[in-house]
Design a protein around this ligand. Structure first.
Ligand SMILES: [Zn+2]
Length: 82
């Protein structure tokens, strides 16, 4: 079994499919990184919720509209502040 999978890996280097797999792999990496960043944003939002500053724009200090929080619950700024 180990020998067989080694052969498969060696073939990847010369197989045109190998490039496609590498491309998809890098796209997947990007997706994972985006998900990790988004998770960090959500965690920060939960921290603000606990601190009582959730839903307040970090730039102008005005409340972030509920509609915006519905679309982007992790939003730190109001629409005007981007
Ligand atoms: Zn603002």
């Amino acid at each position: 079994m180990v020998e067989a999978s080694r052969d498969t890996n060696a073939d990847d280097e010369h197989d045109p499919e190998g490039a496609t797999i590498a491309f998809e792999r890098s796209q997947l990496d990007t997706l994972v990184q985006q998900a990790v960043r988004r998770l960090a944003e959500i965690e920060a939002a939960l921290d603000r919720l606990a601190a009582g500053t959730y839903g307040v724009c970090e730039r102008c200090g005005r409340p972030i509209p509920a509609e915006r929080l519905e679309v982007r619950p992790e939003a730190r700024r109001c629409v005007a502040c981007g």
